[in-house]
Design a protein around this ligand. Structure first.
Ligand code: BTN
Length: 234
């Protein structure tokens, strides 16, 4: 079993892991929390962790940090969640069940010199919740399968799955990612800080970017977010 240090309450597990990494914590140090008071999402968004109902963890990575890290992490999450529910990856690294978000991933590079490292933060909704607003866009394992599932069991499975996926090579990662990312072929709306595009997702490149066809013109998308993902276009 991989050792995971679990805190009762933190601001964000990514904050704690960042501090530990700066203090010299080794590769694959894993920490988790029952409650986050200032959980962070991608692009400056707030991430709400329902106390004791979700996995909220961060892992310090000092090696195997390829440009495909978001894919590696989403495959690890997808692999674990598939044991409970049918799910798919939305480019680049959200995992959805029936179009609703069940997990989010925030990878942050800390520092820029030879001591730099990554903090990989992962949230997974596990226990059931009945928050009306949250239920419109999000779901949890228990909300989907009406069975009792342990947060700590999902956490342990996630960390071992991540350790397996980190050892796979680029070819294997790209192949499995393309099999499980259901964004391709769909009409999507993509936004960044200052741009918005609507088009059909064509393919995921070897570099991990998304090719989006907007009225016959291909755009290569490297960051930003898909805010709407429609049905497959013909
Ligand atoms: C997103 O989908 O926008 C990313 C969400 C990432 C949430 C996780 S929960 C554990 C870790 N700590 C944080 O503050 N964020 C990540």
């Amino acid at each position: 079993m991989i050792n995971i240090t679990k805190f009762e309450e933190v601001t964000s597990t990514n904050d704690v892991a960042t501090d530990m990494g700066k203090a010299g914590a080794p590769h694959f140090t894993c920490i988790a929390a029952s409650k986050q008071t200032a959980g962070r999402g991608r692009r400056g968004k707030i991430w709400t962790t329902l106390p004791n109902k979700s996995v909220a963890c961060s892992i310090i990575l000092r090696k195997n940090t390829s440009h495909l890290l978001p894919f590696v992490a989403s495959l690890a999450v997808h692999n674990v969640l598939s044991r409970y529910v049918e799910c798919a990856i939305k480019w680049p690294n959200d995992v959805l069940v029936n179009g609703k978000k069940i997990s989010g991933i925030l990878a942050e590079k800390i520092g820029s010199d030879e001591n730099s490292f990554y903090v990989l933060g992962i949230g997974i909704n596990v226990k059931s919740f009945d928050d009306e607003a949250l239920s419109v866009i999000g779901t949890s394992i228990e909300n989907e399968i009406s069975k009792n599932v342990s947060v700590d069991e999902v956490l342990q499975s996630l960390v071992s799955s991540l350790s397996e996926y980190l050892s796979k090579n680029t070819t294997e990662i790209l192949k499995e990612y393309r099999q499980n990312c259901d964004t391709i072929g769909k009409v999507i709306t993509w936004v960044s800080d200052n741009e918005k595009l609507v088009g059909t997702a064509k393919k995921v490149t070897n570099e991990g970017s998304l090719i989006l066809d907007v009225e016959g013109v291909n755009h290569e998308i490297m960051s930003g977010d898909i805010v709407a993902q429609g049905s497959k276009s013909i």
